[in-house]
Design a protein around this ligand. Sequence first.
Ligand code: FAD
Length: 400
Amino acid sequence: MMRFREAGKVQHFGPQPTALATYRENVREIVKAMDLPVIPHDPEEAFAVRRAWQALLVSRGLLGVNWPREYGGQGLTPAYQTVAMEEVVRIGAPTPASVVNLYVVGPTLLAWGTPEQKARFVPRLLTGEEIWCQGFSEPNAGSDLASLQTRAIEDGDDYIVNGQKIWTSQAQYADFCALLVRTDPSAAKHKGLSYLIMDMRLPGIEVRPIRQISGGTGFNEVFLTDVRIPRSSMIGPPNEGWKVIVRSLSSERSTIIAQRAAEARRAFDVTTAALRRHLRATGQNLPPELAGRIGHAAMQLAVLQAQQAALSSRLERDQATGGVESIDKLVLTEAEQEVFSLALDMLGPARQLAGHELYGFDADLCIHDYFYSRSRSISAGTTQIQRNIVAERVLGLPRS
Ligand SMILES: Cc1cc2nc3c(=O)[nH]c(=O)nc-3n(C[C@H](O)[C@H](O)[C@H](O)COP(=O)(O)OP(=O)(O)OC[C@H]3O[C@@H](n4cnc5c(N)ncnc54)[C@H](O)[C@@H]3O)c2cc1C
C-alpha cells in the first residue's frame, strides 16, 4: 500500500497492510502444506509436471488471485496476487507451466474478450488445461513488431492466414495461439492489425522447434499456409489489434516482474547461503572481489524491491501503462543477470561437471538459469527498446 500527503490529508491506495499481512500468513500456511514437485530434466516431462503444479496452485487459490471469480479467479486485487506469488517462490516452488497463459493472454482476454470468449477460454487457461502461445514476432518484425507481414484475408465467415512466426514459446505444446496478423495492408503500419485466436490443430500450421544455448527447445518457428480461422475468433475489433496488444505487452512486462523479482531474490538467498556453508566448512574468508559483487547484487535487489513496491501501487490503481514499467524491466533484467552470473562464477570449474553439486547447489540448474537469464534482456522487448521508451515516453526526450 502506498501513502502520500495531499492538501493536508493522507490518501491510501490498495488494501490495508494488516489485511495483506493476514493474507500472507494464510498463504504461508497453505504453501507449507503443499508437496513441492521435482522437475525432471526431460523437457516434455518437466512441462507436464509444471502443468499439474499450475492446476494445483489454482485449486489452492494461489493463481488468478486478482481475476474475476466468474472466470475461476479469487476476485482480489493485484497486491494479493503478488503476495501469493512471493510466498510460493520463497519456498523454492517451480514456475507454473504457462507464463503466456497467466500474464499475457489471460489479462488480454479479460480486458478485450467478449463474455463468451472469456467464459470459454479464461478458466481453462488459468489452470493450464489449455495451453496458449503468443504468435507475434516474425523473422523481420521483432522490436519493430508493427511491421509484421503475416496476412489474413477475409473469405466468407473466415480469415485465410498466410505467413511465418518465430520465437513462439511453447508452440509445440499449445492448444491455441494469440496471433497478430495484418488485416488491412493499405492502412498505416500500426493500424490494420488484428488479434486472432488460432486453434493450433487447424490444417496448414507447421511448428518447428528451435534448439537453444540452454539445450532446450523453448521456442519455435510457426509456418502458416492457408489457415482458415473463423472471423468470430477475433479478440477486440478488426484492425485494432495494436491497441489490444499494447495491453498484452504491458501486462506481460509489469505483472511478471513480481514473480521474476521473487525468483531472483530466492536465487540470491540460495547462493549466499551455500557460500556461507562452504566458507564455514573450509575456514576460508570471503574473497574481496566476491564480497564486492555480492554487495552490488544485494544493492540491485534492494532497488528492485523499491521499484516493485511502486509497481504494486500502480497496479492497484490500474496504472501499469505509460512507459514506467520499462524502468522496472531494466532494473529487473540487470539484477537477475547479475545474480545468476554470480552463482555461476561461484561454481567455478565445477560447472564443467554435469550433475555436480557444490556448496549445496545444483550445477545443471545453475547453468540453465544463467543461460536463461541472458534471454531476459531480449524477450518482451529488448533492453535497448526499453531505454528508448524511457527516453521518449517517460522523460519526453526527442527521438534520435
Ligand atoms: C526467451 C524468449 C522468448 C520469446 N517468446 C516469444 C513468444 O512467445 N512470442 C513471440 O512473438 N516472440 C517471442 N520472443 C521474441 C521477442 O519478442 C523478440 O526476440 C524481441 O522482440 C526482439 O526482436 P528480434 O529478436 O527480432 O530482434 P531485433 O528487433 O532484430 O533487434 C536486434 C537488436 O537490435 C536492437 N534494436 C532494434 N531496434 C532498435 C531501435 N529502434 N533502437 C535501438 N536498438 C534497436 C535490439 O535491441 C537488439 O539488440 C521471445 C524471445 C525470447 C528471447
